[in-house]
Design a protein around this ligand. Structure first.
Ligand code: GCB
Length: 588
């Protein structure tokens, strides 16, 4: 799906701002209250009953349409609504969308009228065995009290919801460019495909990073060659633009410029490669999570986070555990940050315990969950949205599913196959596995192009004993390497909860010293193993979670605090990623 960009043939109109909002499904009728869009609704007003509400909520606003807008096609587009949306314009239902982290749109040309129009969005925030991410709805009865419904997430982040990303109207001509696929490789060859609605002729020009035309061609699909191509890579992320023109037989013209880069992602000798050279991933699992905004769109924090990634010497992150906003992906294209793009498939585990123990023994997960079809839908939407971003170098189909259980292979093989079919660049595909899925029990390792493992030795087990933890880690990595000798292996998560400002000379748990020692111990294991292709620390910053006794007002494994100040470990990583690891030959 194309981003709603303003072009010489398209106008965009921002519908962000303060909307009317109310929670439904409570006993008393709630009044309309002001609600900022985009944002998570949860932290805007005071009270647990408000923040932790489970069920339907309604947003509404008016918008004005000019007669001129109605001479074109008019579209209503949402960056994301979490987790389910049903949309009405002027009391006509346009449809529903499921999945809280990907865009969707409706054409409203026939419905909209010149002047005032009303927009209503019914949002539902329930996570259960049919949704991604997955959760559980439980009812509880306390003596002398009415039955209570609670929604337990199968995941360790707060279930923020609402209209979380920008909303806009935009116009296109009647014959219009529906989609563009474009990618270029390290040899300077590029390929394009244009999907159009309506009859017309397609012309393309290629603009280099300075905006000079370096190629002109025609047709809905084709390829071209650029001499002295400038490659996209961290440090010099050269961006080209494919300018597409559709000249409709009705005399109209639609114009759109899609940004992309020339780069080749591959795997060789147990290493990820970028442009023919091994690339060692240094970075984090992140969250879209900031004070008050919750998971709501926050470009101030996004730009800040990229600045901090550069400061610390990271080159990459994983969009754990859902696709991030489109504007962040654009920023990473521009800034040369490598992305592992993850589907919102977290919590696929029958025995998940959100207290950080990450799964007791899972049983019957693949019979219990009814997510397979929805999983296909989110993968289709994720690849459709993000396929042209040069920053995306790897797809992650899920995080920490019950991959040791019978049925996991049957569940994931078709999904991984689907991503491979959808992605014309044939980027590597993986899913991120947890400690319960050992080298002996994991059912999916062979399906993955890269093994990404999340490990918390020294935290959830062997706590306090870092030399023991490092020995266990190394032994397990060696066993995975023996099982899959040709596959790159990286750590997708490792980290320790750390209370900023808590110090301990004996490097005790929760202290800044322990976090630093923990990361150091893991780093020494990676440096000793040739086939390790990257290290993503959990987490970039502290983040909000559901309440439980293993979380001190959220998950504190951040190397930065929630408001982005460094803990001691940030300085350790900055040193490692900028100097030590370069000397050990690990970092580039
Ligand atoms: C994990 C999960 C992540 C949690 C983390 C933790 O394995 O993938 O979502 O937040 O562990 O801190 O326990």
């Amino acid at each position: 799906m194309l981003y709603p960009a303003m072009t010489t043939s398209r106008m965009t109109f921002d519908l962000n701002g303060v909307w009317d909002f109310k929670l439904l499904g409570t006993e008393a009728e709630n009044p309309w209250i002001p609600m900022p869009v985009p944002s998570s609704y949860n932290d805007i007003y005071v009270g647990r009953a408000f923040a932790d509400y489970v069920g339907d909520m309604l947003y509404r606003r008016d918008f004005t349409v000019t007669p001129q807008m109605l001479t074109q096609r008019l579209w209503l587009r949402f960056g994301s609504v979490t987790h389910k949306a049903q949309v009405w314009v002027n009391e006509v239902c346009l449809g529903t969308h499921e999945g809280g982290f990907l865009p969707f749109q409706f054409e409203i040309t026939a419905l909209a009228r010149a002047g005032k129009n009303e927009l209503r969005v019914l949002v539902n925030n329930i996570v259960d065995h049919t949704t991604l991410p997955a959760g559980r709805l439980v009812t509880q009865q306390f003596p002398g009290k009415k039955e209570e419904v609670h929604n337990l997430p199968n995941f360790d982040f707060y279930n923020y919801s609402g209209i979380m990303r920008p909303v806009c109207l935009y116009t296109t001509p009647v014959s219009y460019i529906e989609d563009i696929t474009v990618h270029g490789d390290m040899e300077g060859t590029f390929f394009w495909k244009v999907k159009t609605a309506g009859e017309g002729a397609v012309a393309v020009t290629l603009l280099d990073p300075e905006g000079r035309e370096v190629f002109a061609g025609a047709g809905e699909a084709g390829s071209g060659q650029v001499a002295a191509v400038r490659l996209w890579e961290p440090g010099s992320p050269a961006l080209y633009r494919l300018a597409v023109t559709l000249s409709g037989t009705d005399g109209s013209e639609d114009v759109y410029e899609e940004v992309f880069g020339f780069r080749t992602v591959g795997i060789r000798d147990c290493h990820l490669q970028l442009n023919g050279k091994p690339i060692y991933l240094k970075g984090f699992g992140k969250h879209e999570d900031t004070p008050i905004h919750g998971r709501g769109f926050d470009m101030v924090y996004n730009v800040k986070d990229i600045a901090l990634l550069k400061w610390i010497g990271a080159n990459s992150f994983r969009t754990s555990h859902y696709p991030y906003c489109e504007e962040m992906m654009q920023l990473c294209d521009r800034e040369g940050i490598l992305i592992i793009d993850e589907a919102p498939a977290v919590g696929l585990h029958s025995n998940f315990s959100a207290t950080g123990m990450l799964g007791g023994t899972a049983t019957g997960t693949w019979e219990l969950l009814k997510t397979a079809e929805h999983h296909r839908q989110v993968l289709r939407e994720m690849v459709a949205r993000d396929k042209n971003h040069p920053c995306v170098i790897l797809w992650s189909v899920a995080n920490e599913p019950a991959s040791e259980e019978e049925g996991a292979k049957e569940y994931f093989a078709p999904l991984i196959e689907l991503v491979k079919e959808l992605d014309e660049q044939n980027r590597p595909v993986t899913l991120v596995t947890y400690e319960g899925s050992s080298p002996e029990s994991c059912k999916v390792a062979e399906l993955c192009d890269v093994l990404i493992l999340n490990r918390y030795r020294g935290w959830y087990d062997t706590e306090g004993n870092l030399s023991g933890a490092a020995a266990l880690l190394k032994d397990e990595l060696e066993r995975f390497h023996r099982r899959c000798p040709d596959k790159p292996i990286m750590l997708g998560e490792y980290g320790a909860d750390t209370i900023a400002g808590l110090h301990d000379l004996n490097e005790r748990l929760f202290s800044e010293e322990y976090q630093t020692a923990f990361l150091k111990a893991y780093g020494e294991v990676f440096d000793a193993l040739d086939y390790i292709t990257g290290e993503h620390v959990w987490n970039f910053a502290d983040f909000a979670t559901a309440e439980n006794i293993k979380r001190v007002n959220g998950n504190k494994k951040g190397v930065f605090t929630r408001d982005r100040n460094p803990k001691m470990a940030a300085h350790f990583l900055r040193n490692r990623w900028n100097r030590d690891a370069v000397a050990s030959g690990k970092c580039n």
